[in-house]
Every structure is written in C-alpha cells, then in structure tokens.
Design a protein around this ligand. Structure first.
Ligand code: NAP
Length: 239
C-alpha cells in the first residue's frame, strides 16, 4: 500500500470552496502538487493564496475555468500539463444544485446543472485521459451524491445529473481500467457547505474534511484494488 502522494499531480475542479477545497488541502498534505479551478476569479485567488501559503506556492496552481465550457476545459488541462508536466489524479468535484419542482425549474437552471454536473465531467475526463494514461497508476474520482441513488421532491434536475454521473462513472471505469486508470464515484449525503443554500453549521452534517479523508483512502488503496463506489452518510441525520 502506498503511504504518500509524493510526486503525484492532482486537478480538483471546483477546488475553491467546500468539498473541493478540503480535498485539495488533503492531497497537498499527502504530498501531491495540486491545481484547483473555479469560475469566480476572486474566490480562486483567495483559495490558491491560502493553499500556497500553507503548502508552498510552487505546489499549488489556480486556474479560472468553467467546466461546462469545452474550450475552457481544454485550456485548464493544458495549463496543468504546462505547469506540472503530468497529471495523476483528476477529481471531478465542481457541481451545482437548483432544487425546484419540474414545473418551477427553468430551462436555464436545467441546462446549468446538466452542463456542469454531467457534460463538465465528461469534458474533463475526455481532455485529461491522455495525460492520465501516460502517467499510469492514475485515478479519476467523481464526486456524485446520494441524490444519485435516492430521488426526492424538488430534486429532479439534480437527481438526473447525479444518477447519470453514477452510470457514467461505472462505464468509464470499465472503459479505462486496463489503461491503468482507476475510477471511483464518491456519493456523499448532506455535507456542511454553502451548496444549494441549505445552511451551514448543522452539527449532524458530514464535514468537507470527511469527504477529503474518503478520497485519500481511495487513492492510497493497493494498486490491485479499486473501490469503485462509496456512499458516505451522516451517521445521525436530523430526524
Ligand atoms: N454539500 C453537499 O451536501 C453535497 C452532497 C453530495 C454531493 N455534493 C457534491 O459535491 C460537489 C461539491 O459541492 P460543495 O458542497 O463543495 O459545493 P460548493 O461549496 O457550492 O462548491 C462548489 C465548487 O464548485 C465550483 N463550481 C461550480 N460550478 C462550476 C463550474 N461550472 N465550473 C467550475 N467550477 C464550478 C464552485 O466555484 P465557482 O462558483 O467559483 O465556479 C466551487 O468551488 C458537487 O458536485 C456537489 O454536487 C455536495
């Protein structure tokens, strides 16, 4: 079993806050060099600066990119390759949730979720796979959701993207396992972030650091073994 990510290069999409930022911090703590992206330039610079101060500027790259745009993803992956010369770990974390009944969900909101949560993941995988295959012993971690298993009222658009992401992840795993690329889908329940404006600070929620810990466990499994799907729940959710 590996004990460190020394020498590995990771890209965490949506790494500027919440779960993505916690994953970026954990991968840096385990020895990797890490690139993060997001759409908001100010948030990106703040998080890149904080991670750089903590772990060393040379180990952290921040690139502004909207993963729902193919050209932006091409530039993102090229930027990582240019700076670090390789890519070992892609964490597809960037995601959006708009929670309304189908009658109230606008076509723009529907497309924003599909374009980020599904097409964005496909774009990132498609563009990164040449680098991941070249690196060997590489990983794609998709941040799905328990909403990819359990439908709920007001979740139709989000449910569609996360159910879809689970199918995409499993097929991706089968497509590229013999290329030396392992694929896992991490499916959290409620995590204490600003996501979906559901409110932060609820003590029963999963902490972003707990999801980062889960990701690190997956990455450090023996090479012969792949945990392809992980469901992570609050142990005692609000009743
Ligand atoms: N929080 C939960 O309860 C929960 C539960 C299960 C699964 N998840 C999943 O976990 C992931 C992260 O969620 P979170 O709770 O950490 O949310 P968050 O705090 O809102 O953070 C989302 C991150 O994604 C970025 N992002 C959003 N759209 C993007 C796009 N089109 N291109 C690039 N970056 C984009 C955001 O930055 P910008 O806005 O600047 O782009 C931000 O860095 C999502 O995939 C979500 O579906 C969350």
């Amino acid at each position: 079993m590996s004990t460190t990510l020394d020498g590995k290069v990771a890209l965490v999409t949506g790494g500027t806050k919440g779960i993505g930022l916690a994953i970026a911090r954990k991968l840096l703590a385990e020895g990797a060099q890490v690139a993060i992206c997001g759409r908001d330039g100010q948030a990106l610079e703040a998080s890149r600066g904080a991670l750089g101060a903590e772990f060393g500027e040379e180990r952290v790259l921040g690139l502004q990119a909207d993963v729902s745009q193919l050209d932006a993803v091409k530039a993102l992956v090229a930027g990582v390759s240019e700076r670090f010369g390789r890519l070992d770990i892609l964490v597809n974390n960037a995601g959006l949730g708009v929670f309304r009944s189908v009658g109230d969900l606008s076509p723009e909101e529907w497309h924003a979720m599909l374009d980020t949560n599904l097409s964005g993941v496909y774009y990132c995988c498609h563009e990164a796979l040449p680098l991941l295959k070249a690196a060997g012993r590489s990983f794609i971690i998709n941040i799905g959701s328990l909403a990819g298993r359990n439908a709920f009222a007001g979740g139709a658009g989000y449910n569609a993207t996360k159910f879809g992401l689970l199918g995409f992840s499993e097929a991706l795993m089968l497509d590229h396992r013999y290329d030396g690329v392992r694929v896992s889908c991490v499916m959290p329940g409620s995590v204490d972030t600003e996501f979906g404006h559901s409110g932060t600070g609820k003590p029963w929620k999963i902490q972003p650091e707990d999801i980062a810990e889960t990701v690190a466990h997956l990455l450090l499994m023996p090479e012969r073994t792949l945990i392809s799907r992980v469901e992570v729940r609050p142990s005692q959710p609000a009743k």
